[in-house]
Design a protein around this ligand. Structure first.
Ligand code: PLP
Length: 497
């Protein structure tokens, strides 16, 4: 299998695509040909456990460059530190006290990894693949990771779990915009190969300086720079598995045959998961619709409902920070598939977007988008109301992002009850990471009760008690452009020392 950029360049190997992050032409990597999975193959995959299913999927993409034994080792290691035997349990959403309710809604709990969020699923596998390549070539690699809260801890943990001396990592987070537990998951790691930087600004303000450094080929080569945010193809590829898996586990509970169409509702930020969902759908997984829940940072919702992929003026602060985003980079992968893999069109569109911050989709493309995607904008009040509703009606405590997904399900299912398919709602993180938001929804006493109770992970308690070390801090300047130029040079300096 070879890989191409959404903007045109062809012929990259799997190793090159993963090692580069962005393609040299600024696009995002996608497979040259997305494999098609038949219903017969799906039927055999239905019998597999999670790691075996992940192995079958990764063989399709990496099978020319890693032996099955090598891939199996990577895959097994990736899920070794999950706390649930099924890796991703899929549970019916059932009303309190309902006897054997025939639920049509299932929660896929994607948060049983070592840092309590779904990012572990993509990050563990991607980092282990890169560790494998770096050992094979005896090359040093430095991961640059910007985080709105969950990516950073998952990446640091994946690097430390991979235990490969060739790897180091620098993570960047927006000051004051992540939770205490998330911050501590990064500032209490005492490995030599990890640096933590905090910056004054919005969640994706650090993306441009990182992209600039990574596209300085000589510099990137000298430092073995590698981005592992979800623009890196390894992330959506690794995340394909939980769509296939939750599809099968929901069918089991519906006692349905392979082929039945389901909807997926998920909280949408940079759209790594959304792009993976769409790729799985293109590969033949019977997904009717992908419903993207967003918060007040609603560019994805405006794109899906009106075709307006328009950057907003400001990043809004919200109680679901992990999906605070102004320009979700994986929209480029979605557009690539919606245009029928037309990279020259995508290239000109993205040039327009880069230059003006606005791209308005043609009506025919918008219709195609609306066939595959639904969306809902869930503001903080609606999100909090959903956390309360879920506890009261279902006895189920959600993290704020998972509540955005469930609220998006409620908001869209009431619209067209007739065409309704059974639905999988993604719970992307454990509530244990979000004291401030859960408290805003349920009050201090409810939080205390949860934190002191048996549901709260012991490993999270340990992080809250550990000693923090102070991160490096990048300050903002007069304008965003000046700030980003200054951050780029500070970043160069940091890497040279
Ligand atoms: C990152 C994240 C999201 C958004 O996922 P994308 O793939 O970036 O759209 C949703 N929920 C949580 C808890 C996250 O950490």
């Amino acid at each position: 299998m070879r890989y191409r950029s959404t903007r045109g360049e062809r012929g990259a190997t799997f190793e090159q695509a993963l090692s580069r992050g962005y393609a040299p032409d600024g696009g995002l990597y996608v497979p040259e040909e997305l494999p098609k999975i038949s219903l017969d193959v799906l039927r055999t995959w239905r019998k597999l456990d999670f790691p075996s299913l992940a192995l079958e999927l990764m063989k399709l993409f990496a099978g020319d460059e890693l032996t099955e034994a090598e891939l199996a080792e990577v895959v097994r290691g990736s899920y070794a530190n999950f706390s649930h035997p099924e890796i991703v349990p899929v549970v019916p959403l059932q009303r309190r006290g309902a006897a054997d309710a025939e639920s049509q809604v299932f929660i896929a709990e994607l948060f049983h990894g070592p840092t309590f969020c779904f990012k572990d699923l993509g990050q563990q596998l991607l980092v282990r693949l890169l560790a494998h390549f770096s050992k094979r070539r005896n090359q040093r690699r430095t991961f640059l990771v910007s985080t709105t809260g969950d990516t950073g801890p998952a990446a640091m943990r994946a690097v430390s779990d991979a235990a490969c001396a060739n790897l180091q990592i620098i993570v960047f987070f927006p000051d004051g915009q992540i939770s205490e537990l998330q911050r501590r998951q990064m500032t209490t790691v005492s490995g030599v190969g990890a640096k933590v930087v905090t910056f004054e600004g919005g969640g994706d303000d650090m993306d441009l300086p990182i992209k600039k450094l990574s596209s300085d080929a000589a510099f990137a080569e000298r430092h073995g720079l590698c981005g592992i945010n979800s623009y890196n193809l390894g992330r959506p590829l690794a995340q394909l598995c939980h769509f296939f898996w939750s599809y099968f586990r929901s069918l089991d509970q519906l006692q349905a045959e392979v082929g039945r169409c389901l909807d997926f509702c998920l909280p949408a930020g940079a759209l790594g998961n959304t792009a993976a969902a769409f790729m799985a759908r293109q590969m033949g997984l019977p997904i009717r619709q992908i419903v993207a829940g967003v918060n007040a940072n609603d560019i994805t919702h405006r794109t899906i409902t009106k075709g307006e992929f328009h950057r907003s003026e400001h990043m809004e602060k919200t109680l679901s920070d992990a999906i605070n985003i102004q320009v979700p980079y994986n929209m480029e992968r979605v557009l690539f598939y919606l245009t029928g893999e037309d990279s020259s069109l995508v290239k000109s569109w993205m040039a327009e977007m880069d230059a003006t911050g606005r791209l308005t989709l043609p009506a025919a493309l918008l219709r195609r988008m609306q066939d595959a995607f639904g969306s809902a904008r869930i503001d903080d009040d609606a999100m909090c109301a959903c956390i309360r509703r879920s506890v009261e009606e279902y006895g189920y405590l959600l993290c704020p992002h998972s509540a955005v997904a469930l609220a998006a399900h409620f908001a869209t299912s009431e619209l067209d009850d007739s065409a309704r398919a059974a639905r999988v709602v993604f719970a992307t993180a454990s509530p244990c990471k979000f004291e401030h938001s859960v408290t805003a929804a349920l009050g201090r006493d409810a939080w205390k009760c949860y934190q002191e109770g048996p549901e709260f992970p012991a490993a999270a308690r340990a992080v809250l008690a550990a000693q923090e070390s102070l991160p490096t801090r990048f300050e903002a300047e007069e304008s965003l452009a000046q700030t980003q130029t200054s951050w780029e040079s500070q970043l160069r300096l940091l890497l040279e020392t």
